[in-house]
Ligand binder design. Structure first.
Ligand SMILES: C[S@@+](CC[C@H](N)C(=O)[O-])C[C@H]1O[C@@H](n2cnc3c(N)ncnc32)[C@H](O)[C@@H]1O
Length: 348
């Protein structure tokens, strides 16, 4: 036993445990409006912040001290300040890195722990619908900033000839659309096109319809409850899977359905978590995040469905290419990437 290595590991563990608690602190700050009330970057005392947000002053001071120790806020002379960079991540809903409410996904994993233990001891399955509602809202909030920042500015332009079609008036499917964040981002920009969102989780489809109405795009967006293998619409110019193919029990079946539904030269856009092809490639902070989420969310979800292929969130480009090839697609390439996403294009 190497004592120095033990100390090193305990340091890492304390950092991680503090990080897990900080996810709770972020949810408190987001839901009570504490970060937003500090978005002017000016120093504020705990009492003043508590008064602004209608919260208990002693608890707000303790929350601020935790945020100061974590480097989320700065503290000087009994006052606290949210720096502009942290405000982008924690207070500014329009920013491309607004991560605060996405932490609801982490909360759901803890709330769902008993069900997850049952899955580990049993057949491995934990259906998407069995999660706490924080999972569905957190997923929407986790992914939406990335869609808003990249989808119409970088990802669709990286696909072969797709933008011209969208501008002219295309028919688009968003399979496994959840709350429709990606569908709505596309519909807001390409007003000549028609968008069809499909998901097998009815409460998510109901929320997607509400989101479309709020965004005033209901005239060109239709959300329908359907599995990825069973939606009836045909003739799509573009079929998208945003962070969902690896969740499915039968991704080959879903991809085969997509193979059968486009117009002749229709394209499939697959947005998947960034991953290399081996565990060694993914042994980094992003891979750690996705493997852990995949153990608690994606893989049990796949195992709860027919076939149960259990790709996992770190399937990687080679494995995903094999799925698309098995479904019939002859062309497959990486269109582009971000540190968090692979954007893959499949063609007949
Ligand atoms: C991680 S969420 C992503 C949601 C959405 N695409 C987004 O990016 O916000 C995965 C989604 O896939 C849906 N899903 C999983 N398996 C499905 C299946 N077999 N058919 C249809 N939807 C499915 C879930 O209901 C869930 O909404």
């Amino acid at each position: 036993m190497d004592e120095a290595k033990l100390h090193e590991f305990m340091g890492k563990f304390v950092t991680d445990m503090g990080g897990a608690f900080m996810m709770g602190m972020v949810l408190v700050g987001d839901e009570l409006g504490l970060y937003r009330a500090m978005a002017d970057h000016q120093p504020v005392t705990a009492d003043a912040l508590a008064a602004r947000c209608g919260c208990h002053p002693r608890l707000v001071r303790e929350w601020l001290n935790a945020n100061a120790a974590a480097g989320y806020v700065e503290s000087t002379d009994n006052a606290y300040r949210l720096p502009p960079e942290q405000a982008m991540a924690l207070a500014n809903e329009q920013s491309p890195v607004f991560v605060a409410p996405g932490t609801n996904v982490v909360a759901s994993c803890f709330l769902d722990l008993d069900k997850l233990l049952e899955a580990f001891r049993g057949d491995g399955g934990l259906p998407w619908s069995e999660h706490h509602h924080r999972m569905f809202h957190g997923t929407e909030k986790f992914f939406r900033p990335g869609y808003r920042a990249h989808l119409t500015t970088a990802w669709l332009p990286a696909m072969d000839g797709v933008v011209a079609k969208l501008q002219g008036g295309a028919k688009v499917a968003d399979v496994g659309c959840g709350h429709g964040a990606s569908t709505i981002v596309m519909a807001e920009v390409y007003s000549n096109s028609r968008f069809f969102g499909f998901d097998f989780h009815t409460p998510s489809i109901e929320m997607a319809r509400q989101r479309a109405a709020e965004a005033k795009v209901s005239d060109r967006v239709t959300f329908t409850t359907a599995t990825a293998k069973a939606y009836a619409e045909r003739g799509f110019d573009l079929i998208c899977f945003f962070d969902c193919l690896h969740d499915m029990g039968d991704p080959v079946g879903a991809a085969r359905h997509a193979y059968q539904t486009p117009r002749d030269d229709g394209a499939v856009m697959l947005v998947e978590p960034f991953a290399g092809d081996s565990v060694a490639d993914n042994s980094n902070p992003v891979g750690r995040l996705y493997y852990a989420a995949s153990s608690m969310i994606c893989t049990p979800n796949s195992l709860s469905q027919e076939v149960g292929l259990r790709l996992g969130a770190q399937a990687g480009e080679r494995r995903l290419g094999a799925v698309m090839a098995e479904a019939g697609f002859s062309r497959f390439r990486r269109a582009t990437e971000t540190p968090f996403n692979l954007i893959l294009e499949a063609r007949k």
